[in-house]
Design a binder for this molecule. Structure first.
Ligand SMILES: [Zn+2]
Length: 208
């Protein structure tokens, strides 16, 4: 049994979307042993920093938020595909040969996983791929970029997937993970009323 932690480390100098300073996590000491009898740290962090899932409110005013999300949803089988040969985007043509099935939860490993620096040209899921994944009726899509799409006016990838009730996970770290089938265990923090939830994600290879 091989186990992989495929989550980002939350740290003040971690990569964040477009290197925006406001997206960096900030750790502040609220109490230390000079002032009190306990040590306590405050975390201030954008919910799209680090490994997380998106809800449709992220892209539309009437969209869904996190309330009532079933915490067992992301404890399930997933398929990891190696797309590290792609430079710019994942398109429908790239996905066609992969024999993705209805009900699959797919994780795309790309060259994004090979660096811990934010890459402004990160490999993203383009609108044609999102359309195909929606038509195939997958359950979820996980990517190793902090955005599932890049430079697409109107955010068609997010919207197409949300409209088809497909779960989006962003910010996976898949460098060490070979393509194949895994058991995923991912649990979101239980925060109400928000458009994204931080995730800790691990993969377990059950093959002998
Ligand atoms: Zn997000």
């Amino acid at each position: 049994m091989t186990r992989y932690d495929v989550s980002m480390v939350i740290t003040p100098d971690m990569q964040v979307y477009k290197n925006k300073p406001g997206k960096k996590p900030v750790l502040t000491v609220d109490s230390d042993f000079d002032q009190g009898t306990t040590y306590e740290t405050r975390l201030t962090m954008n919910l799209h920093t680090g490994t997380h899932m998106d809800f449709s409110k992220h892209m539309s005013q009437e969209g869904a938020v996190s309330d009532g999300f079933d915490p067992f949803t992301l404890i399930r089988a997933v398929r990891v595909f190696d797309l590290t040969g792609l430079q710019e985007a994942i398109s429908a043509d790239d996905l066609m040969p992969l024999a993705i099935q209805s009900g699959d939860f797919v994780l795309f490993k790309t060259r994004n996983s090979l660096t811990e620096q934010f890459d402004f040209r990160f490999v993203h899921v383009d609108a044609s791929a999102a359309r195909l994944l929606a038509d195939l009726k997958v359950d979820g899509v996980g990517v190793d970029a902090l955005g599932i799409e890049r430079d697409q006016p109107g955010y068609p990838t997010h919207k197409t997937l949300f409209d088809a009730d497909i779960i989006i996970i962003e910010g996976l770290r898949l460098k060490a993970v070979p393509a194949g089938r895994y058991q995923m265990i991912a649990l979101p923090l239980n925060i109400d009323g928000v458009e994204a939830l931080p995730l800790r994600v691990v993969l377990i290879d059950n093959h002998e």
